[in-house]
Design a protein around this ligand. Structure first.
Ligand code: SF4
Ligand code: SF4
Length: 470
């Protein structure tokens, strides 16, 4: 591969290495309304669940506009996960699935880097170990009653703190909470669970929820949603769209849902109930919960970008009757930056992502949930490309400037600048493009090199990342 400047070197060369100092001394940061770190930290303290970068501002409303009056509860099976054959036609669907199978076999036989037998083997391996999905969790842990003690009691703030601590220990990256409200946030719980059962998910005024052959029932009092993220490996994602890149999400889902079962058991063991997905991503619109809980902002990817890990996260959500103080949405400049940066959309091989400057209220297809202003994606085009490359692609994630670690590109000070002013967005986008010229449909790195590194980070992630150690 040709030798290239790192993003950090380039930013340094452009004079952004010391951007904070340079801009502050000219008074530009002050003019843009930037407060100093200490001031911001003390203002944020009451809402902070975990320590975050100073440039992450808590806000009352998310940067994604929402019209709750037009939003309805969406059915999971209406996404392209559940209705792809309906959206692209049964015959074409069959052909595309056949193409995928054929391509994967061909690539493996030809030992295409990233699709070799060892890549296939590792993908299969990291998918193993996911627990079964159960509406109320495994239900194995003894309850306080069964142990002969009273249930745990704490204030909503204390509860939020211990749930966060527990989740971090289980391997979650960031944690937030949303209170369900019938007119607003409750609409983000899917109306029906995934196919094939498509059972309605309903709320009833009862003590403890249940599942029967007709429906999943959540008690009204289980109105506290817990949403958490797990980090994905920025390293292996760079090998998208190959199988080696694809195991990034595979391993993340295994970790995400192992934690999910553990969380159910933790809540049960405290003496409370929890209710969640009966299939992968099958309970609520997790990115929307993530945005409302302040885990990040919605982006041109129509996925969340977090301050700590960029788009390199997977999210899960469940509800509980354990009272929890909600966390606030955040603004750190992503929505505005995406207006000027279209890197993901330009490098998307299927042109599935929006190239419009501004987000829109108009959905792209029935797989989108109306009622919010977003960069809606053509999910069918995306899925068609998945069939061609044989995997879930991931190029748009890997090329996003936020996807790299803090030391390498849009590092902390630059992210702080983006959070404060849009003035430098186009310069930063241009800098990133020069550093990483377009290589459509090719992984950013040679997958064979990954296998030569015997000093890889555990699970491909840096658990010290995210501003907790600064
Ligand atoms: S996953 Fe690939 S095809 Fe789908 S939107 Fe991203 S870059 Fe495009
Ligand atoms: S690549 Fe650019 S436009 Fe796309 S999500 Fe990332 S920052 Fe936004």
């Amino acid at each position: 591969m040709p030798e290239q400047l790192t993003r950090r070197q380039l930013l340094k060369a452009l004079g952004f290495g010391g951007v904070g100092l340079t801009l502050a001394s000219t008074g530009i940061l002050g003019a843009a309304g930037v407060t100093n770190a200490a001031e911001t930290a003390s203002e944020m303290k009451p809402q902070e669940i975990a320590k975050r970068y100073w440039w992450v501002k808590n806000v009352d409303k998310p940067t994604t506009e929402i019209d709750w009056s037009t939003m309805k509860r969406f059915n999971e099976w209406e996404t392209t996960r559940g209705s792809l054959a309906k959206y692209r036609g049964a015959e074409f669907d069959k052909e595309m699935n056949k193409l995928q199978k054929g391509n994967l076999l061909k690539f493996e036989k030809e030992s295409v880097p990233g699709y070799t037998t060892k890549d296939m083997a590792l993908k299969a391996a990291v998918e193993y170990g996911r627990p079964d999905f159960k509406f109320m969790g495994p239900q194995k842990a003894l309850t306080p009653q069964e142990r002969g003690v009273p249930r745990y009691e704490g204030t909503p703030e204390e509860n939020a703190r211990i749930v966060t601590a527990a989740l971090r220990h289980m391997g979650a990256a960031t944690v937030g909470f949303v209170e369900l409200n019938t007119e607003t946030t409750r609409k983000l719980i899917y109306g029906q669970e995934p196919a094939p059962s498509k059972k309605p998910i309903v709320f009833e005024n009862i003590e403890v929820g249940y599942e029967d052959k007709d429906k999943l029932v959540i008690p009204e009092k289980a109105r506290y949603a817990i949403v958490y993220s797990v980090q994905m490996s920025t390293e292996t994602m760079k090998y998208g769209p190959t199988m080696l890149g694809s195991l990034t999400t595979a391993l993340s889902y295994t970790r995400l849902y192992t934690i999910y079962s553990q969380l159910h058991e933790f809540v049960r063991s405290l003496g409370y109930s929890s209710y969640g997905a009966t299939a992968l991503n099958g309970f609520g619109i997790a990115p929307a919960f993530g945005v409302l809980a302040g885990l990040g902002e919605l982006s041109r990817l129509n996925r969340i970008i977090t301050p700590e890990y960029g788009p390199m996260v997977r999210l899960a959500v469940l509800t509980t009757d354990l009272p929890l103080t909600p966390t606030k949405p955040v603004n750190f400049g992503v929505m505005n930056f995406c207006k000027d940066c279209k890197t993901c959309a330009e490098l998307c091989p299927s042109k599935a992502l929006s190239m419009d400057r501004d987000p829109s209220w108009e959905i792209k297809g029935q797989w989108n949930n109306p009622g919010h202003r977003a960069y809606f994606e053509d999910s069918v085009k995306c899925r068609n490309y998945w069939n061609q490359c044989g995997t879930n692609c991931g190029i748009c994630f890997s090329v996003c400037p936020y996807a790299v670690d803090d030391e390498a590109s849009l590092h902390r000070i630059v992210k702080g600048t983006i959070a404060s002013t849009t003035m430098f967005n186009s310069v930063l986008v241009a800098a990133d493009r020069v550093t990483f010229p377009a290589q459509p449909e090719k992984p950013l790195k040679n997958p064979e090199d990954w296998w030569k590194d015997v000093n890889l980070a555990e699970m491909g992630i840096d658990t010290r990342r995210g501003g907790r150690n600064i």
